[in-house]
Design a protein around this ligand. Structure first.
Ligand SMILES: [Cu+2]
Length: 358
């Protein structure tokens, strides 16, 4: 007993370990605080329980399945722990009690505790299989709108083959129309998920993974990549913009039209700066000679988007300037080089031009 009492209350070793751990945590947070000073656009993937606040019939099924499983396992949990607690309270013997009767086997008990879990699991399996089948099959009538959602390190490309429209990090869809997302990848494995719309689905290179969904109402829903895919994985967000069919048709018409000619000399200078730098090797702008690269997002209407760089910065002249100057500062690991040697004048003209591409 005495050796126990004379022990120091807190060992120096413990203090050092805790100190080192705290220092490491603070160090790890440093780049976070540095990054947090950048302005970030609004992005709303719904509440943390978004899958339980479904906005599509498909997501409703998934959330129903969750509740069914929760109730089923809740009943089992309460049953097992109830029996356990009752047994402990009612049948506990005191320290000096005589040994209880020695019995071996009880056919009814053994058959029931094998059969009941078996039946519960078979039931759960059948319900799950039915729901999996239903959410992976188009439930809506009518021809679907096909949309290719291609993951890139670290942004999403959305391409509408039947409409000839391509955009990045935001996907416009008409309400009430069945959608068929073809989820693909240009490089590594990503995962496509808008929590209030449908299930998560892997984006694998060389594979066309289907997601079917019909959005009954208009609204804006956030989504992101949910499979770690490299440095900037956390900045791989997108928005789903559900519009009335009329608004959607207007959007499509606008996206298909080439951008307006530069309306002032600053914008004209910006266009020239764009054309005479390596930007055109990686980016496409319809109507700009030589600008047909596909390494980065299509910039034809970049000024109309909710954000640049998959949510890393909002769209404005100062933020686009910051981005071009040093993209890595706002999206570490990004696959676009910085242009620190551009003059302030050229940089401002370039950003003004890009933001004007509505
Ligand atoms: Cu990712």
């Amino acid at each position: 007993m005495s050796s126990f009492v004379s022990r120091p209350r807190i060992s120096p070793r413990l203090l050092i370990t805790v100190g080192v751990a705290l220092a490491l945590v603070l160090l790890a947070l440093l780049p976070e605080t540095a990054l947090a000073s950048a302005p970030r656009p609004n992005w709303n993937p719904g509440p943390p329980w978004a899958p339980l606040d479904p906005k599509s019939p498909e997501m409703h099924m998934i959330s129903n399945l969750f509740w069914i499983m929760l109730v089923l396992s809740g009943i089992v949990f309460i049953g097992v722990f109830g029996a356990l607690i009752i047994s402990i309270v009612r049948f506990s013997a005191g320290p000096n009690a005589a040994p209880g009767p020695q019995i071996y086997g009880n056919r009814i008990v053994e058959i029931s505790w094998t059969a009941i879990p078996f039946l519960i699991l078979i039931g759960a399996f059948i319900i799950t299989a039915k729901y999996i089948h239903d959410i992976n099959t188009s439930q809506a009538a009518g021809p679907p709108l096909n949309i290719i959602a291609r993951g890139h390190q670290w942004w999403w490309e959305f391409y509408y083959p039947s409409l000839g429209v391509v955009t990045a990090n935001e996907v416009h869809v008409p309400a009430g129309v069945p959608l068929h997302f073809h989820v693909e990848s240009a490089d590594v494995i990503h995962s496509f998920w808008a929590p209030q719309l449908q299930r998560q689905i892997d984006a694998n290179p060389g594979q066309d993974n289907a997601v079917f969904v019909t959005m009954p109402e208009t609204g804006v829903y956030g989504g992101a990549c949910y499979e770690y895919c490299g440095d900037a994985h956390a900045w791989m967000k997108f928005e789903v913009i559900v519009q009335t069919p009329h608004d959607f048709a207007l959007w499509v018409k606008h996206q298909k039209s080439p951008p307006a000619a530069p309306s002032n000399s600053l914008i004209a200078l910006g266009r020239t700066v764009f054309m005479t730098h390596t930007c055109i090797k990686c980016h496409t702008i319809t109507g700009v000679p030589g600008a047909s690269g596909s390494v980065g997002p299509n910039l034809t209407h970049v000024g109309s988007r909710w954000a640049i760089a998959a949510g890393a910065l909002p769209v404005s002249v100062p933020t686009v300037m910051m981005w071009i100057h040093d993209p890595n500062a706002y999206k570490p690991g990004v696959l676009m080089p910085g242009y620190p040697l551009l003059s302030q004048k050229d940089l401002r003209a370039l950003a003004t031009y890009l933001v004007s591409l509505k």
